[in-house]
Design a protein around this ligand. Structure first.
Ligand code: ADP
Ligand code: ZN
Ligand code: ZN
Length: 839
């Protein structure tokens, strides 16, 4: 951050700077210029939070994005009202990054700011009261009652009080009535005070008062005085035993946790007396919310392949900014990352390692923590607001030079990144769907890394076709790891035809014969089994066997998922839920049947098929709590569970010795997804979940249940022929104009009125059609799901030519068109969503 002021003042003498462009959390695509008052000039720059007036009434807090000397042309700049920080919480590189993101993803920089800041750094305001300066008890016509008097007296000594202070003063639950009365009597004024939501964690500590620290004689005579008071003496001895004060001067200021005395069974009232008499003092120490973890130096010996990969990566980084590490499941990519991270840190750079979902990768985090200890920050959504602020500040202070985190960690205040690693780079959870900015964290990380002049390593066993394409085009470097670590073999696949088993009546509770046999074998050998089905709940829906009625969500165009455990039907789009009806509301029949397979139902079937097995389930419903996921995995790792059923949560990164069988119950659901990435995704999901099997000496088995055993994806997955599959799929994509051959932009118009939504979509579509760039446009048509949360959805898809500046021109025109629609009364209430690179 040394360069901050250099950037700011642009070589001028620093005194003439007068204006600041402030990023505000409003849906307007630009920054606003404010005057920096002389009185604030010294303590302000890029990345400081400030309070400004917006419009005639509103006061907003924003972040300074730029400081300059040009007054705005269209309006007169108002002054900045207040500066809220004593140091920049955001650095100039971040502002550049935000600006890029707003531009690329066609959203507002204020929206990017909103996504970037942990909510603990977003400001909240609190109502406070102060004395009305014109108020005079003597002349006021309104007499005060007792309680009002108490408050005014308190205000005479403390210039301001919060509502909470007042409530405590009077011992009442709500203060609103009294405050209202005081306002009417013109005795007080209420004002809004902005404050951080972040509250530091503090610990109560005890230390010697200064005279005793400085003067040994005083301390000795003190012990003499206390010889008749053994309990107090005991406390002092305990303190000196833990913190010997004269040996090391810096220890003299270090206190002892208050609870140490209580834990030692010492008298709390004697402690109080010592404090009252000015011998000891109590103080609050701000402490970290994160446990201190020591990294250990125990180094693993890398295999020849791993060493070779590292050399190749380092060599390739000399020429390329981005490298794709294509390493099969179990090839030991983590240790390769660790080595590269260590070297980057040694050279003084910061490092960011992105993971798709932290909760899903506890194992890798635990491994990294062992190596890097507390200099590694962990940043993810299950952390509290306060914890996230501590990681943020830790990056600024240098406490964390290395962060492992989910997609939002690309927004942390790094100022000297040297290496960014994106693990499982093919993962779709790197894409943010809602709200804006709808960014892809892998793509954004590459940009971030470029802004820092850093290197990017993308790792995957099943790379996204975009990244592999870039590697083949020589835009990215390409390094492979082709062998599993320790010579473990890749698993064997068994395709099991559901229809054949059904015909022969071998299908039991949706499990084919082979599937059941393999599971049984594993159980007999005390090995473990993973069963994958990407659908939570009991069954995708319920249906009436007589009339075919299917319950649907009242607010969305989807059927309700049946959750047997809670005896409810739930909408997975809006959260709507309903009890299961006893009889069909359409025909009165009592024959309502659950159709299809969800994880709950599979868990139930397994317990019927294998009554002795210990079964657990891992899906969104069983992992809502902070450590839900971790607990299930610990149980599984400790061997307390034989079969684990789960959604895509169990496909990623898991590394367990005893898993020898992986079952995929309904592979067809993965194959027939109406999306150009369906094939790619099927290949990835099947390979990834299969990759959990047989990661040690014993070869694993993957049983895949399907109605289409001769589908060509299976053939390629079984041969592990990524490249061939890629080539075939690419031919299709090229022919039908899909990425990476074109750029996609999806536009959707949403409104509670079907006609307005459709009309807006058509209007937008027609305007975009006229933009003079090479492109193909599809739509507008009703969304795949036509209504969500009572909003009708119409969509257009734009396929843009990748060459030249078609993208830039199109996005620029799009911006103008959106503004014109926003200004059009008819469409003002339509929500238009722009999704660049949609998934
Ligand atoms: P990937 O992420 O490529 O699927 P992992 O990094 O999880 O693979 O490694 C697979 C397994 O091999 C892990 O259990 C890991 O601890 C082990 N492993 C990898 N490299 C080494 C090494 N150099 N020494 C010891 N064990 C290793
Ligand atoms: Zn019916
Ligand atoms: Zn719904």
């Amino acid at each position: 951050m040394e360069s901050l002021f250099g950037d700011l003042f642009d070589g001028t003498d620093g005194k003439t700077v007068k204006f600041a462009d402030v990023i505000l959390p409003v849906p307007i695509p630009k920054m606003f210029t404010y005057k920096i008052p002389k009185s604030l000039e010294d303590g302000v720059g890029i990345g400081f939070r400030v309070m400004v007036q917006f419009g005639s009434k509103k006061v907003l807090t924003g972040i300074i994005g730029k400081v300059h000397q040009k007054p705005p042309k269209e309006y007169e700049a108002k002054p900045i009202l207040d500066v809220l920080d004593s140091y920049a919480i955001v650095n100039p590189l971040q502002i550049k990054f935000w600006a890029w993101m707003a531009e690329y993803y066609c959203c507002h920089i204020g929206e990017v700011m909103n996504a970037a800041l942990p909510s603990g750094l977003k400001l909240s305001s609190e109502s406070k009261i102060q004395l009305n300066p014109t108020y005079d008890t003597q002349t006021s016509p309104y007499p005060l009652d007792d309680r009002e008097d108490v408050i005014l007296q308190a205000l005479a000594t403390k210039s301001e009080l919060s509502y909470e202070d007042c409530e405590q003063l009077l011992g009442v639950k709500s203060i609103h009535g009294i405050i209202k009365s005081l306002i009417i009597k013109e005795a007080i004024i209420v004002f809004e005070q902005v404050k951080d939501k972040y509250t530091p964690k503090v610990e109560s500590r005890i230390r010697f008062c200064q005279p005793y620290v400085e003067d040994r004689k005083a301390l000795e005579s003190l012990f003499g005085d206390l010889s008749s008071k053994p309990k107090q003496e005991e406390i002092l001895l305990k303190y000196l035993q833990e913190v010997p004060i004269y040996q090391n001067s810096d220890l003299n200021t270090r206190g002892l946790e208050k609870k140490v005395f209580a834990d030692a069974g010492l008298s709390m009232s004697s402690l109080k007396t010592l404090i009252k008499n000015g011998v000891l003092e109590e103080y609050k120490l701000i402490i970290s919310r994160f446990e201190e973890i020591k990294g250990n130096d125990e180094t693993v010996v890398l295999s020849e392949e791993q060493n070779h990969a590292i050399e190749q990566i380092k060599g390739s980084f000399l020429e390329k900014q981005v490298i794709l590490l294509h390493g099969i499941t179990g090839s030991g990519k983590t240790e390769v990352y660790i080595k590269l991270i260590e070297e980057a840190l040694e050279s003084g750079s910061q490092v960011l390692l992105l993971l798709p979902e932290i909760a899903l990768t506890t194992q890798i985090v635990a491994r990294l923590q062992k190596v890097f200890g507390s200099k590694m920050g962990v940043y993810h959504s299950k952390h509290s607001d306060n914890e996230r602020v501590e990681v943020w500040n830790g990056v600024i202070s240098g406490k964390f030079s290395f962060v492992v985190g989910v997609r939002s960690s690309i927004f942390l205040p790094f100022d000297s990144l040297g290496l960014v690693i994106v693990d499982e780079e093919h993962e779709s959870s790197y894409k943010q769907f809602d709200p804006a900015p709808r960014f892809h964290a892998r793509d954004a990380a590459i940009m971030l890394s470029w802004l820092h002049q850093a290197k990017t390593l993308l790792g995957s066993a099943t790379p996204s076709f975009e990244s592999y394409y870039n590697a083949r085009q020589k835009k990215y470097g390409y390094v492979q790891l082709n062998k599993r670590f320790g010579d473990a073999a890749l698993p064997e696949y068994l395709l099991s035809d559901i229809l054949v088993d059904k015909k022969k009546q071998l299908l039991k509770l949706d499990f084919t014969r082979i599937m059941r046999e393999k599971i049984q074998e594993a159980l007999n050998n005390q090995e473990q089994v993973l069963i994958f089905q990407n659908r939570r709940g009991y069954a995708p829906y319920i249906s009436c066997e007589d009339c075919g009625w299917i319950p649907e969500c009242e607010h969305c165009d989807v059927s309700l998922t049946y959750h047997q455990y809670s005896e409810e039907m739930r909408c997975h789009y809006c959260g709507f839920k309903e009890k299961v009806p006893k009889v069909c509301p359409a025909c009165g029949s009592g024959k309502l049947a659950a159709v299809g397979l969800g994880t709950e139902r599979i868990e139930e079937s397994l317990s019927l098929l294998f009554p002795k097995a210990r079964i657990a389930r891992m899906d969104l419903d069983t992992t809502r709590s902070k450590y839900g996921y971790q607990r299930i995995l610990e149980d599984f790792g400790a061997g307390n569970v034989d079969i684990l059923v789960g959604t895509q949560m169990i496909t990623k990164g898991l590394d367990f010795d005893k898993v020898t069988v992986v079952g995929i119950l309904d592979a067809d659901r993965i194959l027939y997804f109406p999306d150009f990435r369906a094939g790619e995704r099927a290949f990835q999901q099947i390979t990834q979940v299969a990759g959990r099997a047989g990661r040690r000496e014993k070869k694993g088995v993957v049983v895949v249940q399907t109605r289409k055993p001769d589908h060509f994806v299976f053939d390629q997955v079984i041969k592990a022929d990524y490249k061939n599959f890629y080539v075939q799929d690419m031919t299709e994509r090229q022919k039908f104009f899909y990425p990476p051959f074109v750029k996609l932009i999806k536009l959707s118009s949403r409104h509670k009125d079907y006609k307005i939504a459709e009309k807006a979509a058509r209007h937008l579509h027609n305007l975009l059609h006229e933009v003079q760039v090479k492109k193909i446009m599809l739509g507008p048509e009703k969304g795949l799901i036509g209504k969500i949360k009572n909003q009708y959805i119409f969509e257009s898809l734009v396929k843009l030519d990748k060459s030249g500046n078609a993208q830039a021109i199109f996005k620029q025109e799009l911006r103008k068109i959106l503004e014109s629609m926003y200004a059009n009364k008819e469409f003002r209430s339509v929500r238009i969503i722009v999704d660049v690179d949609p998934y």
